[in-house]
Design a protein around this ligand. Structure first.
Ligand code: SF4
Length: 414
């Protein structure tokens, strides 16, 4: 018997014909169908229904934004009580995603070998989709396996075990991992020679540096901080308004710091998901908006940070257009965390033979770049986005790679 709480949520579902929840799921999961199976008390079949589209259910249910994708599109939400789809998905994956068992249905339809550069969500999604079909896959990772999602999303949002299960599943399918192995841009062409295709899922590797005066101890990058390589002090200022800034703020708060998030536009303009902003505020993080970084102050350690006050002067691209008022504001702090975003490493891609367009790699419908046999997906193609979209990219690239390998075999026979 499924637990009462799960049964109650499933019962709420109206089995809509043109289900808007499914239409807004980037992975195309048939949500009414899996909920119907839950209603019939067939949880294992419900799990299989989701698994046929994605094995990332535990991760998506934990970190997909509540105001985008499935839950926010549920018609029951009109009355303020959407079906808690992520809760149902999490329940099913927690109980039924047993990596060794799930890997048993591996097929061996396709022969070939593929190198995946980057072991984040897009890379793993591509790797497992290929390995499920019998392709020999090797994943190269310059640091710890799991990329940003596994190593920089704090454990209060996503438990590491969710990722461990995916890694275990991939290993059971025969995927080989080479961690701590940096692949440079020029080495990508070496991989292209050794494998039938290469998938680049290396993310936005370079943190954007905020333009501030001063050089003191206590100014740290978000990546360094979230990977636990440095600690926050007593009073922390986080510069930025995205999800990474919220993760830094909530992590610093948990270590006992007093935390202020400073953002150059209005609170509504902050790119962080709305539930991440609400959680940060609810937990006690302070927001100070319309302040642009100017300097970090101190001789040696940071003692304060100074910001230029901004004012709204109109709208630009759906966000407030702001300009400086001429006034400077100083906030006392002993730690400044820079969380203003990341960008693609242009030099890396130039060495791969790729030109970035507006900071992104361009791909066709099969996720292939302008270089034959070189595919790409995830943040380097669409910018920072949801985990579900990264999973979709990886899957789409795997399907494209299989077509590519098949087409090469056919042309060899001709
Ligand atoms: Fe069920 Fe809501 Fe999806 Fe309709 S939109 S099928 S009620 S989950």
């Amino acid at each position: 018997m499924i637990p009462e709480q799960i049964a109650l949520q499933a019962k709420k579902c109206l089995s809509c014909k043109n289900a808007p929840c499914s239409a807004s799921c980037p992975l195309g999961i048939d949500i009414p169908a899996f909920i119907r199976l839950l209603k019939e008390d067939k949880p294992e079949q419900a799990f299989e229904k989701i698994r046929s589209r994605s094995i990332f259910g535990e991760i998506c249910s934990a970190v997909c934004p509540l105001d985008k994708h499935c839950r926010s599109s549920c018609v029951c939400g009109i009355k303020g009580q959407p079906v808690e789809i992520p809760m149902l998905e999490n329940y099913l994956f927690d109980r039924y995603f047993i990596p060794e068992k799930c890997a048993c249905d591996k097929q061996c339809d396709v022969s070939g070998s593929v190198a995946v550069v980057g072991s984040g969500v897009a890379g793993l999604s591509c790797a497992v989709t290929l390995a499920q079909k019998g392709v020999d896959v090797t994943v190269y990772e310059k640091a710890q396996l799991g990329g940003i999602t596994a190593n920089e999303i704090p454990p209060f949002r996503l438990e590491r075990k969710a990722f461990e299960k995916i890694l275990q599943y991939a290993t059971c399918l025969g995927v080989k991992f080479r961690s701590d192995e940096f692949v440079s841009g020029s080495e990508v062409s070496v991989l292209s020679e050794a494998y039938n295709a290469v998938f680049l899922a290396c993310g936005l590797q370079k943190e954007v540096a905020a333009d501030v005066q001063g050089n003191c101890k206590g100014v740290v990058g978000a990546t360094e901080f979230l990977r636990g390589r440095c600690k926050s002090g007593r009073k922390t200022v986080v510069i930025g308004g995205g999800n990474v800034a919220m993760d830094c703020a909530r992590t610093a708060l948990r270590s006992g710091s007093e935390v202020t998030v400073v953002y150059r536009r209005t609170q509504d303009d902050m790119p962080a998901f709305s539930e991440e902003k609400s959680s940060a505020l609810r937990e006690g993080v302070q927001f100070k908006c319309l302040l642009a970084p100017f300097s970090v102050n101190g001789t040696g350690d940071v003692i304060s940070a100074t910001f230029a006050e901004m004012k709204v002067v109109g709208q630009s691209g759906g966000r407030s257009a702001v300009e400086k008022t001429g006034k400077l504001i100083t906030i006392d702090c002993d730690t400044v965390i820079m969380a203003v975003g990341s960008q693609a490493d242009e030099e890396f891609f130039r060495r791969c033979g790729l030109q970035l367009v507006r900071g992104r790699v361009e791909v066709d419908n099969d996720m292939m770049t302008s270089v034959d046999g070189l595919f790409a997906g995830g943040d380097i193609v669409r910018g920072e986005n949801t985990v579900a979209k990264a999973v979709r990219d990886g899957r789409q690239a795997a399907e494209g790679i299989i077509r590519y390998i098949d087409s090469k075999k056919l042309s060899c026979k001709e």
